[in-house]
Design a protein. Structure first.
Length: 435
């Protein structure tokens, strides 16, 4: 089957490469000619484990193609996946201008029946609005269908999530379109992955509901962590114990400085606005937004207190991306912490395995280094913000000899407190008593 993916950002590129790995003939389209040239050379502009190999292999096998020519790609394909960005706009509402422009452009070059599969995260009702928008911009009378097909990809594990998903969500009233979409995902049949067929509105809400539930769990354990510090309890033991309850489970119960990335912050705010648009106050979602914002402020305040004020001090941030195995800095807690400390008059050193160039562009006054030890030299405090594997077994004796003050703030609870204290550090963490 010939497929087209419009947009070669994170979702579009992963989807295109994985669909090609299913044996489909996939053409990825983007208006960014420089990015298309890079991809044709097998060079992937985002950090995602396994993605470069997948792109290179399927390009070499002739199953994956890249172009800026939308008309040609649409003409040869039966199904067109929309995977363009829907960034946070004014008041936390998704900006739909890119997806609407793509839909209009597709409509104007269609000459026969097509299925438009919306992978972008969009507010409830968008699929039907896109259907009408495209109908209004057709150059001839023809039939087409719009299907809501949201993605559930975790950055750092996106390839596995696409090839071995928990479920496939398809939202449409058209049995013809649903049959075509089921055929695309037929390679997952042997894995017995369930396909949920529903309305487009339900499919769109499923995406927001899932991400908000996960964000809620993170915010809940962060609230428990803050309480643990006040009552002398250990959040690690609390999280392990409640996670043993089969009704709760252990996932997303890891405290830290707050969640970030391109999905959770944007999607929770979007759900709040969807509810408001329908005269409903979604109080839990609103609380998640507030708790996450406060968690970053709490991290900054811990740093200030430990240093007796940040002015004139040097703080090293280990990890900048919002999570390991990605270079994504969108809504990353580390950037909030860095901005706050710089505003206080501190000098901020930083090291991250994947996102240094983008961090320099966003915060030019950030002093970036090529390894964690160089970054920590002369620091008054070292803060582990992102739990990259290379930070899990630092040479603490070497680190002690490099820093000006031996203070380690482990926001992700990577280390056993007693071990760090044994090397002469003052140890701070999240949800555990300071040592």
């Amino acid at each position: 089957m010939n497929l087209c993916v419009v947009g070669t950002g994170y979702v579009g590129l992963v989807a295109g490469a994985c669909l090609a790995d299913f044996g489909m003939n996939v053409t990825c389209v983007d208006t960014d000619a420089a990015k298309i040239d890079l991809l044709r050379q097998g060079r992937v502009p985002i950090h995602e484990p396994g993605l470069a190999d997948l792109v290179q292999r399927n390009t070499r096998l002739g199953r994956l193609h890249f172009t800026t020519d939308l008309s040609q790609a649409v003409d040869r394909c039966l199904v067109i996946f929309l995977a363009v960005g829907t960034p946070e706009g004014e008041g936390g509402r998704p900006d739909l201008s890119h997806i609407e422009a793509a839909a209009v452009a597709i409509a104007r070059c269609m000459t026969e029946y097509k299925v438009i599969a919306v992978k972008s995260t969009v507010p409830v009702g968008t699929a039907r609005r896109l259907q009408q928008l495209m109908k209004d911009n057709l150059t001839r009378d023809l039939d087409f269908d719009v299907v809501s097909n949201p993605e559930f990809l975790r950055e750092g594990a996106a390839i596995n999530d696409f090839l071995r998903p928990d479920r496939i969500i398809l939202g449409s009233d058209s049995e013809r379109a649903l049959a075509i979409m089921r055929d695309i995902y037929r390679p997952l049949y042997l894995l017995r992955k369930p396909i949920v067929s529903t309305t487009s509105e339900t499919a769109e809400l499923i995406k927001y509901a899932a991400n908000t539930m996960l964000a809620l769990r993170i915010s809940f354990i962060n609230e428990i962590a803050n309480l643990c510090e006040r009552v002398g309890a250990d959040v690690y033991d609390v999280a392990v114990a409640i996670g043993m309850d089969k009704r709760i489970g252990p996932k997303f119960l890891h405290p830290g400085p707050g969640f970030g990335g391109s999905c959770f912050p944007k999607d929770v705010k979007a759900l709040v606005n969807i509810a408001r648009d329908h005269d409903y106050a979604f109080q839990l979602a609103e609380a998640v937004v507030a708790v996450n914002s406060r968690q970053r402020e709490i991290a900054v305040e811990k740093i200030r207190r430990a240093l007796g004020g940040a002015h004139g001090k040097t703080v090293t941030l280990l990890g900048l991306s919002f999570k390991p195995e990605t270079d994504d800095l969108r809504e990353a807690p580390a950037l909030y912490i860095a901005d706050a400390l710089l505003a206080d008059g501190a000098s901020v050193h930083a090291y991250d395995p994947a996102s240094m160039d983008e961090a320099r562009r966003i915060i030019p006054s950030l002093r970036c280094f090529n390894d964690p030890y160089s970054a920590c030299e002369g620091s008054d405090m070292v803060v582990i913000v992102t739990e990259w594997n290379e930070f899990r077994d630092l040479d603490l004796a070497r680190l002690k000899g490099l820093v000006r003050q031996p203070i380690l703030f482990d926001t992700r609870n990577v280390y056993e407190p007693a071990r760090v204290v044994g090397f002469g550090f003052t140890y701070l963490s999240t949800g555990r008593v300071a040592r």
